[in-house]
Ligand binder design. Structure first.
Ligand code: ZN
Length: 375
């Protein structure tokens, strides 16, 4: 049989991840905003943007090549290529169904969904916020693999009828392979390491048991890093032991590396989230006064009136709010936020200054005791 990219060894898997809180790259250790900046909006499904990342071309080509390679010996290259193209479209549709399941379940649980992006490693659903209850997190994560299993079962059932159709042999083989791939997609995504769905499920269970979301995130992220390293090690093993499977080895290295990196990013973000929750805006402003090198904090002090002109419509955050609120206020397309003290506007603060203060906080700097902001 003519092999595609290692027809037995190529992982026919794709990642169907769910990520919350896309974040600004300088305030969150957000790997996704940078990754998806080139994704193109193609359609909306029930108000959810579906976007294609240019790197999806690599996945599409790999699927066509693998499928065509698998069927070429039996059906000839032209038939096999048509089967490869059909298989690619159906497989990407399966990934989209998996992601839509996450997105619709999240929305059902009142979590706003930003978009679904299909990319080289599969699909990612971006949500505006994370779940506030373990059971929501569990349901949103588990529904993706469940839908992949369902797709596998439906494709398998349809394949029972296709032998009677014209091109029945080819259709049946194609549908059975796709059914198997959907089952592999479900099983791979259920491996308990973030950012895979299994990691989210693990996180939800740990969260429910420990009652500590941050710890649950970190354990799931460490499991994800371990999983990533294991896949990388397997890729290296294949590269050494099966020289003809270079593409499969590279694919494992890429997927393992991506998982390791994404899981590490989640771990760091969790620490950052804790820092944000435990710091009040007042302390950040005081920190700026302690460290004048930060050029912090107030860009345009106001005389107590609400700013007008360019500043109208900017979000407002009070000095007694936690740092999360200030960071989240930059989430829109704002690079400045109005600070208020007991409801009275005292000035605007720029995102870059907050980012510098966050950098100081991450290095363990705290404002000196009793510091009060003096706008
Ligand atoms: Zn998923």
């Amino acid at each position: 049989m003519t092999a595609g990219p290692g027809s037995e060894l190529a992982p026919p898997t794709a990642i169907g991840a769910v990520v919350a809180r896309p974040g600004r790259p300088d305030l969150h250790d957000g790997y996704l905003p940078r990754m998806f900046s080139r994704a193109v909006h193609v359609l909306s499904i029930r108000g959810i943007d579906v976007r294609l990342d240019p790197t999806l071309v690599v996945l599409a080509a790999l699927i066509v090549w693998t499928f065509a390679g698998r069927f070429a010996a039996e059906h000839g290259w032209s038939s096999a290529t048509v089967m490869g193209l059909g298989g690619m479209v159906l497989f990407l549709a399966s990934i989209l169904a998996h992601e839509l399941a996450h997105a619709l379940e999240a929305r059902h649980r009142d979590i706003e969904v930003d978009s679904i992006t299909l990319l080289i490693f599969g699909g990612v659903t971006q949500m505006h916020a994370h779940s506030s209850r373990p059971r929501d997190e569990f349901a949103i994560a588990a529904v993706g693999p469940f839908v992949s299993l369902l797709c596998g079962a439906i494709l398998g059932l349809i394949s029972l009828a296709t032998p009677l159709l014209p091109w029945g042999d080819q259709l049946t083989q194609l549908l059975r392979l796709l059914a198997a791939l959907n089952v592999v997609l479900a099983v791979f995504n259920l491996v308990p390491g973030a950012p895979l769905d299994g990691g989210r499920v693990l996180r939800a269970l740990l969260w429910a048991v420990l009652g500590d979301r941050s710890r649950a995130i970190r354990v799931a992220a460490r499991c994800g890093q371990l999983l990533g390293l294991t896949i990388v090690a397997y890729g290296i093993w294949i590269a050494v032991r099966v020289p003809q499977a270079t593409i499969a080895a590279l694919w494992y290295l890429a997927i393992g590396g991506f998982l390791y990196w994404a899981a590490g990013s989640e771990h760091r973000n969790s620490r950052l989230d804790d820092l944000y929750s435990g710091t009040r805006v007042r302390e950040v402003v005081a920190l700026g006064r302690d460290h004048p090198a930060t050029s912090f904090p107030l860009e345009t002090p106001t005389d107590g009136d609400l700013p007008n002109g360019d500043d109208a419509g900017l979000p407002q955050v009070d000095l007694d709010a936690d740092l999360h609120e200030l960071v989240d206020a930059f989430q829109g397309h704002h690079d400045r936020v109005i600070l208020t003290d007991a409801g009275e506007p005292i000035g605007t603060v720029a995102e870059r200054y907050v980012a510098r203060a966050v950098a100081l906080l991450r290095r363990g700097r705290r404002p000196t005791a009793g510091s009060e902001p003096t706008p």
